[in-house]
Design a protein around this ligand. Structure first.
Ligand code: C2E
Ligand code: CA
Ligand code: CA
Ligand code: CA
Length: 274
């Protein structure tokens, strides 16, 4: 049997040690990747009911020299182990704002915020500085937060959201319906958009209740004066249902996969946002 750390004769577990060293190495590579061109942003369109693009969500990828393209779910947790996430988030924010500022049409750009970055005290100042530096109007930036940040420390979250709203940016509540937000949070926080989680869209036509849930969330969002977006739209049927139910924005592989912004330019032969 394999000896465990409870075994008094074992001073280290060679397997665990290797894994930890591997992790450390990957993390140092990740830190180096910030700003050396290996981190890249893809953009996915968010469309209005008439099919026109309203916004693009920035989604980060790591083009690793030997491991290939790594998705955010595989390296963001690594970055969140220390302040790498703050450096990385600032790079993403700056890149997304710079990109959006170059578009001919004043479409919005949405940027995901790590809960750790959200809790770092100077976030409003950083956002303001990046907007000034890139020349992007504040209302063209939407920050996507998840329900977790609101639950952890209500007072802190409230004060952070107020400061961000003072800067003039929009706030979207991402993955709505999967976390712990209560109706009182929804009422209290200065949000702009509710993003219905992909799982509800996915279950349309499969799980009977998902249609009722989506219908209710659209009604709830609108009653609170919020825009409602649905993500994970993968079929015509889902799209038709969401539009019929009054979703303001749709996003998904069916309406547009995340892609390098140059791909959108090639697709249209002109600036994506003309
Ligand atoms: P998310 O914010 O919910 O982003 C949507 C994810 O769903 C993206 O995965 C997107 O590629 C994928 N997606 C879009 N349409 C469809 C669809 O129709 N079907 C399916 N099955 N998936 C779809 P991605 O890019 O792998 O990102 C995963 C998560 O990583 C994001 O979930 C977000 O939480 C996080 N993330 C991505 N970019 C960033 C970033 O720049 N900063 C931070 N902090 N987190 C990020
Ligand atoms: Ca998101
Ligand atoms: Ca989401
Ligand atoms: Ca998600």
């Amino acid at each position: 049997a394999r000896r465990t750390s409870e075994d008094p004769l074992v001073f280290f577990d060679p397997n665990e040690d290797l894994a930890a060293r591997d992790r450390q190495f990957l993390k140092s590579e990740l830190r180096a990747a910030i700003g050396n061109g290996a981190l890249i942003l893809h953009f996915q369109p968010q469309l209005a009911a008439d099919g026109t693009a309203v916004a693009f969500e920035a989604l980060v990828r790591w083009n690793h020299p030997t491991r290939g393209m790594i998705g955010p779910v595989d390296f963001i947790p690594l970055a969140e182990e220390d302040d790498t996430i703050v450096k990385m988030s600032e790079w993403i924010l700056r890149g997304a704002c710079r990109e959006a500022a170059s578009w001919e049409n004043p479409l919005r750009v949405a940027v995901n915020l790590s809960p750790l970055h959200f809790r770092s005290g100077n976030l409003p100042g950083t956002v303001q500085a990046i907007l000034e530096e890139t020349g992007l109007a504040p209302d063209r930036l939407e920050l996507e937060i998840t329900e977790g940040v609101m639950v952890q420390d209500f007072e802190q979250a409230m004060s952070m959201l107020r400061k961000l709203r003072d800067v003039g940016v929009r706030i979207a509540l991402d993955d709505f319906g999967t976390g712990y937000s209560s109706l009182s949070y929804l009422q209290a926080f200065p949000l702009s958009t509710l993003k219905i989680d992909r799982s509800f869209t996915e279950n349309l036509g499969r799980v009977e209740q998902s249609a009722a849930i989506i219908r209710s969330v659209v009604g709830l969002g609108h009653a609170l004066g919020l825009e409602v977006a649905a993500e994970g739209v993968e079929s015509q049927e889902q799209l038709d249902f969401l539009i019929a139910e009054g979703c303001d924005l749709v996003q998904g592989y069916f309406t547009g996969r995340p892609a390098d912004i140059d791909a959108f330019r090639r697709l249209t032969g002109r600036d994506i946002v003309q």
